[in-house]
Write a protein that binds this ligand. Structure first.
Ligand code: ZN
Ligand code: ZN
Length: 233
């Protein structure tokens, strides 16, 4: 304890000293920098539009209905939201799952969120090797916290990632979809049959991961599959 007092920790985002009791990892200013995106969005894929207006379907979703019936993100993947998600995922800062889930709940919880009247929250799985390296699955931590906040049960082993793909970030949208086909398997079809399922992930980039997970869950008999993410690229 004496050591802790002698060397107070610093905010992992901005470096300011964390001196007040209960403060850890992030300072209050960085935590409150988690800002909701108020821009209009596509209710089907969660993509944000520039400018003002009301939510409306985007051209891509009108052209072809995606496998998720709806998707919401709390923010754009930029600024403080991006910094904090990166700290959470790549710096092993698992406790950040709590403020991030509570941000999600505050941001969209009162606005017809995808988890309203849902039966299950299902985190997007990591391949077991990746999960071992990281020590936790960030999507599962978020789903777990969201389950605590909403009372909707989590089913963390509904899906399994069967192939350890090369990082999706290096691929373009079309290549991502091809790369990801067959990468997930529904291992609990009994538990999702006829259910309204909400897929939970930290970030949605092109939608190919969520789309493939939704396709697999629907194939396993889920009645409806929606998605929720903290941020949308
Ligand atoms: Zn800070
Ligand atoms: Zn859309």
């Amino acid at each position: 304890m004496a050591e802790l007092l002698a060397f107070p920790s610093a905010c992992r985002r901005c470096g300011v000293l964390l001196e007040r009791p209960g403060e850890r990892i992030l300072c209050p200013a960085c935590l409150s920098a988690l800002a909701v995106c108020r821009a209009p969005y596509c209710p089907t894929c969660g993509r944000f539009f520039d400018g003002d207006g009301t939510p409306h379907p985007c051209a891509a979703c009108l052209r072809q209905a995606p496998p998720l019936s709806e998707h919401r993100a709390a923010a754009r993947y930029e600024g403080a939201v991006k910094d904090i998600l990166l700290l959470f995922k790549y710096r092993g800062l698992r406790p950040l799952g709590r403020p991030l889930a509570s941000f999600l709940q505050t941001a969209i919880g009162d606005d017809n969120p995808p988890w309203r009247d849902a039966d299950l929250l299902v985190p997007v799985p990591l391949h077991r090797r990746r999960r071992r390296e990281r020590g936790f699955n960030q999507a599962e931590v978020l789903a777990d916290e969201l389950s605590r906040l909403t009372g909707i049960p989590i089913l963390s082993d509904a899906l399994r990632k069967t192939t350890n793909l090369r990082p999706q970030t290096s691929l373009r949208s079309q290549a991502r979809r091809a790369n990801i086909r067959g990468a997930y398997r529904a291992v609990r079809p009994d538990a999702v049959l006829g259910k309204t399922v909400v897929l939970v992930d930290d970030v949605c980039t092109t939608g190919s991961t969520l789309g493939e997970c939704a396709r697999v869950l629907r194939g396993a008999g889920a009645a409806d599959v929606r998605g929720v993410t903290v941020a949308r690229a």
